[in-house]
Write a protein that binds this ligand. Structure first.
Ligand SMILES: Nc1ncnc2c1ncn2[C@@H]1O[C@H](COP(=O)(O)OP(=O)(O)OP(=O)(O)O)[C@@H](O)[C@H]1O
Ligand SMILES: [Mg+2]
Length: 278
């Protein structure tokens, strides 16, 4: 574990996250995110974009893939309703009798190492926690850890992005936080050929007819403004392939995709499949 000395306090850094993901299609979104992170002049500052969209459209994947395109280490901080300010910054852990070890959060680890921090599902986190990040998100670019009694400055290469989805179980953030998390990049459903390619990227072992079937299903559902996303499509394809491989008769095999649709997104989704079988 890497340790760094900050104002006389030894901080233990988190490890970066390694995910086997590649961003497929929708290059315009990638371009917008990379543009927001650029620094084009010595008086310029990087921005702190927010990726918005329904659960499963690819927000975390885009954030991660963009950071990797810049060859940076990525640190993902999963925000929850219980995330406290100290969880975002530094937490003390008892190491031995009367001895504390200070552990840096993924965010602080990214700040110190010049990596990219993804505050994932940022709107699950309370205003109180966001408030502790206010100085980091404007031109001050530092945080203050009350627990460790230190001020931590961000490395010039540090970048931040937050993902947020639009479901109901989330906090409404106050204006001063909103205004610091700009621009807002909205991820919508992909076009047909891109959706096919995303499915293929995530299910490289799937036969073409399965990918086509799932793409058709998703495109019809998108046209009807349903919430089903490519993540549901990946799950449907994956489950159907497993079901078909354990089929004991032709009927099982024929119905594998229909069963997968029913058991992954529900019976009401069957109206978006054509023919009902593979
Ligand atoms: N453009 C894309 N290229 C490659 N894979 C993608 C793309 N879009 C989505 N995916 C795949 O879809 C799945 C869901 O994506 P991801 O987890 O990034 O969604 P999310 O928007 O972060 O969802 P949540 O709001 O639930 O966190 C992942 O398996 C991801 O690999
Ligand atoms: Mg996500």
């Amino acid at each position: 574990m890497t340790t760094l000395d900050i104002e006389g306090v030894s901080l233990h850094l988190a490890h970066p996250d390694e995910l086997p993901v590649r961003w497929v299609g929708q290059e315009e979104l990638m371009r917008q995110l990379l543009a927001a992170w650029m620094v084009i002049h010595d008086q310029d500052l990087p921005m702190n974009p927010r990726l918005l969209g329904k659960p499963g459209v690819g927000k975390t994947t885009l954030a991660y893939a963009a950071a990797k395109r810049m060859n940076r280490d990525v640190y993902i901080l999963q925000a929850t309703m219980d995330t406290r300010p100290e969880d975002l910054l530094v937490t003390p852990v008892i190491e031995a009798e009367k001895k504390l070890r200070y552990v840096a959060s993924p965010l602080v680890s990214a700040m110190l190492s010049g990596g990219v921090a993804i505050i994932d599902e940022g709107n699950r986190m309370s205003e109180k926690s966001w408030a502790s990040l206010a100085p980091l998100l404007d031109n001050r670019r530092y945080v203050e850890s009350i627990v460790a009694g230190i001020k931590i400055k961000a490395h010039p290469d540090f970048r931040l992005v937050s993902t947020m989805n639009d479901d109901a179980s989330t906090f409404e953030l106050p204006e001063y936080i909103h205004s610091r998390l700009q621009p807002q990049i909205w991820i919508d459903f992909p076009e047909r050929d891109e959706e096919y390619q995303i499915l293929q990227e995530n299910l490289p072992f799937a036969e073409e007819r399965i990918l086509t079937y799932v793409t058709d299903f998703l495109q019809r559902a998108h046209a009807a403004d349903e919430r089903y996303t490519v993540r549901d499509g990946i799950n449907i394809g994956r489950f159907a392939i497993k079901l078909a491989s354990l089929a004991t008769d032709r009927e099982h095999e024929r119905r594998a995709l229909e069963t997968a649709v029913t058991e992954i997104v529900g019976e009401e989704a069957l109206r978006y499949i054509q023919g009902g079988s593979i």
